[in-house]
Design a protein around this ligand. Structure first.
Ligand SMILES: Cc1ncc(COP(=O)(O)O)c(C=O)c1O
Length: 398
């Protein structure tokens, strides 16, 4: 069989394996040192009681004659799609059949390339969550990608593409920089997409961490976005579902792409067709768990966890600034993006932090060349460890 040669075009991503190797090696040679990991991109707090209760109840139902369910609707059960619309899209005129429940935003962001024609020009920010880039390379579009740098100079909001692009990937609040986008800045992208008949793929996986007023929770808060944007959301970082797996994608029915002859085609039925062909739905039990995150008690409980991670991010940010570092992010996000002193490379700082403070973070360059000179720390650790890590960094020579 002939392989898909596009896979050979992918660059090996050694980021997390290199980190793991360096940490293991250091620990082996220094067994008495307590290493604190602030590089972690996974949640650590347990699933909240209200969600556990809903999952248990749904499991019990599945064990009864009346409550047993086999294949569910590929797009998600109505009870969850309706609840999403009522809560996450209140006043935004999104309809339940515009929501597709899935097993993760990673899969959704990756699978969406199925409905995108191969000749499209794609704009991807840099540094970036690597899924957008790699899935387009796998689909054979390596030569069609342009990069939009997100840097201190542009306040971590990319400039509009100088040339016409067909697809723009945006992720806000951003991983890895932890920065948000204001409604005004996002509107510029929506206007660009409308003028250029482009589509924005908007990853809002960290939406629950937004604290500031003028940062939109959904791209559909921007006028006209429904005609040009697909939105990805996830329960992973919102409700600790990284192991349970549940997310959703929003594809408004008015969103159109074009045939070669210029004729319009609605994207919602295309995605529906793709979903029904390649996916058999998220388990009933998991969807019941996701539904419980919207109950009054569930919401209070998941907000406690988010507050916990945000407090850690605050401790990191303020601690680093006290120590004389410049930081970005960490206000509307669990991620803090540390600017390294002039001339210091991301991997050199990684080694210094590991050996001098016994703290692990993530080198910015691992998310793309524009991340060089930066370093990502996350609020997903325990509060005790976060406090200790910051004290150690403060007492480290700069
Ligand atoms: C920007 C971004 N999008 C999507 C995801 C994946 O989310 P999920 O767990 O729903 O697949 C992540 C996970 O780290 C992420 O950082």
């Amino acid at each position: 069989m002939r392989i898909n040669d596009n896979f050979l075009e992918l660059e090996d991503n050694y980021l997390f394996s290199t980190i793991a190797k360096k940490v293991a090696n250091y620990q082996k040679n220094n067994p008495d040192k307590k290493i604190i990991k602030l590089g972690i991109g996974d949640v650590t707090r347990p699933i909240v009681p209200k969600v556990v209760e809903a999952i248990k109840k749904a499991s019990d139902e599945m064990g009864t004659e009346e409550g047993f369910r086999g294949y569910g609707p590929e797009q998600g059960y109505d009870f969850l799609r309706n609840t999403i619309v009522k809560n996450d899209y209140k006043d935004l005129n999104i309809e339940p059949d515009e929501i597709f429940v899935s097993d993760g935003a990673k899969c959704d962001c990756g699978n969406i390339v199925d409905i995108i024609g191969n000749d499209n020009k794609i704009a991807i920010t840099n540094p970036v969550y690597p899924v957008y880039l790699d899935t387009n390379i796998m689909a054979g579009r390596k030569g069609n990608i342009i990069y939009l740098p997100v840097l201190e100079e542009n306040n971590f909001v990319p400039e509009l593409p100088k040339e016409k692009v067909d697809i723009i990937y945006l992720c806000f609040p951003n991983n890895p920089t932890g920065t948000g986008i204001t409604k005004n800045d996002l509107k510029k992208f929506v206007d660009y997409a409308r003028e250029n008949k482009s589509i924005i793929l908007y990853d809002a996986a960290y939406e629950a961490y937004i604290t500031e007023e003028n940062i939109p929770h959904s791209i559909y808060e921007i006028e006209g976005a429904k005609e040009v944007a697909i939105e990805f959301k996830s329960y992973s970082k919102t409700a600790g579902f990284t192991g349970l797996r549940c997310a959703y994608v929003v594809i408004p029915k008015c969103l159109k792409g074009y045939k070669e002859n210029g004729e319009e085609v609605a994207l919602n039925p295309l995605w529906n067709r793709r979903t029904c062909t390649k996916f058999n739905g998220v388990s009933y039990v998991t969807q019941k768990g996701a539904e419980a995150t919207y109950s009054e008690e569930g919401r209070e409980q998941i907000e406690e966890n988010i507050k916990y991670y945000k407090e850690n991010a605050r401790i990191i940010k303020e601690g680093l600034e006290d120590a004389g570092y410049t930081t970005f992010g960490g206000v509307n996000s669990p991620y803090v993006w540390l600017k390294l002193p002039e001339g210091v490379k991301s991997w050199d700082f990684f080694d210094k932090l590991l050996t001098e403070a016994n703290v692990v973070g993530t080198p910015g360059v691992g998310f793309g060349p524009s991340g060089e000179g930066y370093f990502r720390l996350t609020g997903f650790g325990t509060k005790e460890n976060t406090l200790e890590a910051i004290e150690r960094i403060k007492s480290m020579k700069k």
